[in-house]
Design a binder for this molecule. Structure first.
Ligand code: ZN
Length: 243
């Protein structure tokens, strides 16, 4: 009966992952393997209560050297060691602010942003120079462009100087997180803050646009080699589903 309940909870969790448009690719593969270990004990937790990350890494990536970046592009390392590759996935999923996410992560033709005086709207000619300015109110960063007309160049120089002065007088707040944390949504038992600090020593909890749910289980990461320790949850906790 307990096993049936665990299986049911596991299936709900997997369905939620598959329905999440951000939970795709390696995040999905790694998440599925971790969920199976948490929900069903497959692979089993070690006798000291640690999640079997090496087995999970080998389930997802194989036991041997991967000859080419099979799934994630631009990976500086990780292919030779499945666990390190797992760590790269966790690093890419750390909760953070990324200005490229606001820009849609794709190239956009930038146009001149100078407001027109005698008509509504902006200059809108192709930008010949561009800078990423920080919004003093929010800390968010966005590209602003300027064309080659002398009036627009004067406007741009003035804008950059005003922005510099504003930021000096009022240091901007840390912008709210806008990406990452996908696995945290689906595996809330894990204390991801500990994991993200391990994979990115400079990581700090960013301000959130949404409430942060406290995890129920603690992850201990230590040593030079990536190791993750997760107390195995009681299966009765699974009953009733996740948030
Ligand atoms: Zn212009």
């Amino acid at each position: 009966m307990l096993a049936a309940q665990a299986l049911c909870a596991h299936e709900r969790r997997v369905a939620a992952m598959l329905a999440d448009p951000e939970c795709v690719g390696e995040l999905l593969l790694v998440g599925l393997a971790m969920a199976r270990s948490i929900d069903l004990g497959d692979p089993e937790f070690a006798s000291n209560g640690t999640m079997p990350m090496r087995v999970i890494a080998e389930q997802v990536y194989g036991r041997h050297y991967l000859p080419s970046p099979m799934l994630l592009p631009l990976q500086p390392r990780g292919d030779a060691d499945p666990r390190r590759r797992l760590w790269d996935v966790f690093r890419q999923d750390r909760r953070r602010y990324d200005p490229d996410v606001d820009e849609g992560r794709r190239y956009r033709r930038l146009t001149c942003g100078r407001p027109m005086i005698r008509r509504e709207g902006l200059c809108d000619r192709n930008a010949s120079s561009q800078r990423r300015l920080t919004d003093p109110a929010t800390g968010r960063r966005q590209w602003v462009g300027c064309c080659s007309q002398s009036a627009c160049k004067r406007w741009f120089t003035d804008l950059l100087e005003r922005n510099r002065r504003e930021l000096a007088a009022n240091p901007p707040p840390t912008p709210a997180a806008n990406t990452g944390g996908v696995l945290e949504r689906h595996l809330p038992e894990v204390d991801w803050w500990v994991v993200w600090k391990q994979v990115d020593p400079g990581w700090c909890p960013p301000p959130e646009g949404r409430p942060f749910g406290k995890p129920t289980l603690t992850v201990i990461v230590g040593g030079d080699e990536p190791e993750m320790s997760v107390p195995r949850p009681a299966l009765t906790v699974i009953e009733g589903g996740r948030r």
